[in-house]
Design a protein around this ligand. Sequence first.
Ligand code: PLP
Length: 414
Amino acid sequence: MKTYRDLSPSPRTIMTPGPVEVDPRVLRAMSFSILGQFDPEFTDIMNETMDMIRVLFQTNNHWAFSVDGTSRSGIEAVLTSLIEPGDRVLVPIYGRFGHLLVEIAERCGADISTMEQEWGQVFDPEQVVKRIRQERPDIVAIVHGETSTGRMQPLKEIGKACRELDVLLVVDAVATVGGTKVATDEWMLDAVIGGTQKCLSVPAGMAPVTYNERAEAKILKRKRIERGLRDPQTETGWSGKGIQSNYLDLSQLQDYWSPVRLNHHTEATSMLYALREGLRLVLEEGLEQRFARHLEHEAALVAGIRAMGLTLFGDPDCKMPMVTCVNIPDGVDGESVRAMLLHEFGIEIASSFGALKGKIWRIGTMGYSCNKKNVLHLLGALEAALLRHRVPVHIGAASQAALDVYRRKANTYE
Ligand SMILES: *Cc1c(COP(=O)(O)O)cnc(C)c1O
């Protein structure tokens, strides 16, 4: 019989826009004993997780829980539960994940209209507001941080306009939540989806979501109760309308996350332990401190990349702090440099999609991966790899520039 070696993944320095390195405290939390999902000890853990998700999204929404599945499952749960066939959905697209919103909304039977911005830019919010006023869609779905291009869309004005015009605003904040401000209530976002394997530094496999009463009202209009769980005295039959998915039906999921605890799927026990510990780490650090940490390491990385003689991709005014896109120098095989970083230095950075394929590298500084050791390690390694690829970089400049940024912060001079 064939035997298989012990599993022993190499310890990597992961500097991609997800998945990123996981805090050892989260990994430890995943190894604890399983509890039954209706065990009061476990439902306490569920409730605590809801509380912490509210803090994460800066919201007082009642509904704040996790959907089992990667972030895409959270996006799909929100869109499938909100969109009725024929609903008019406006999607402003400025990168790959905007197209994902269209793809999912299409499958929900939405009547979709899109507006597109060149990759590397975001929309002037006024431009989007104007379209919303003209079209009066039922729903606007937009990405907050486009990991594909490293850009971040300002949402405040769009949120205000949607509220005024009674349009529901759905936001993919998968890549930004926990790394930069995502002010659900202040910006008047009706439903927001986050991610675990990005700035939360929890493995992929859950999607924290939150939504307000406006979104809930629409979802409840479409509610059905599962056949086996219905009270035959009070429940009527299925009209054939309603939310198309069982697994991703937020009206059923919210019953499961409420004191009713109406049975739905089996909660992903170990993943919930992981998410709870990841959220506890966020709260311990403090949101503001965490955002500042992401900015500090971004500044050091960017200073290093520039000092080396490389250039950054995209409009600097709307750059995401946690993703840095670097133009691959002319004539250089970007994949060969990436392979050298991985095999010689144990560092992973990301390539890119679509029109940017082969043109840029994307470097993530997210969550637990966002630290001084990683930034300095990467800059040294990238310099060495580029020299091996005969790129005339300014030798030694990158690490010095990054150290200058760190030194300024620490206020120490030698
Ligand atoms: C990573 C990412 C997703 C998809 O997340 P999965 O966890 O891979 O399903 C969606 N939107 C954005 C902006 C992302 O960065």
